[in-house]
Design a protein. Sequence first.
Length: 202
Amino acid sequence: MKYAKTKHPIFGWDPYGTGCSYLPILAKCLKLFDGNVLEFGTGHHSSYLICTVVDPPNRVLSFEHNSAWFDALNSKEYSPLIWKKPNQEVHLIDDPTGHDCEAWDAAYEYIDKDKWSLAFIDHGNVPRRGIEMSKLKDKVDVIIGHDSQGTGYGFEQAYPNFKYKYESYMHECRTVVVSNKYDISKLDLTKEDITKLLETEP
């Protein structure tokens, strides 16, 4: 498997930026934990990174609740850049307001059919993020949550369900990693990791 590093061909990225502060953690976890990947909440950067480095037979299963963003990702402009492999699929969740927590239960119709190595949680339904983390505790080996600072995202309610936890304080918008299978408590990001992410092509 390639090291999880690539630049978006249109947008580029900045791992020190607010919207991309999770990228170094996600990149390193994609390198360390090879297998099927779940993505809750699609995006220019996370979707492109995941779909670039995860090769068949491993799967990428993404969920999005914003219909406009879902349509954009499936348009001719974006689709060839992101959803370009037979092992990748994205499903629209019927939560147009971003406040219907129960609507996200529909995702598990697809999730429960397979085993998952890694999950990335960053969907627009903010209160659901912590709920998602808890629901995935026995389904996914390693789970990454973006925006773990404060209590607004509910991640802290999920932490007691996990043996191991690592939190990155590189940016005020923190990223947390939890697992019941692997001791990721000493997961460390170095300047070399970020340099590779920014400078090395896939």
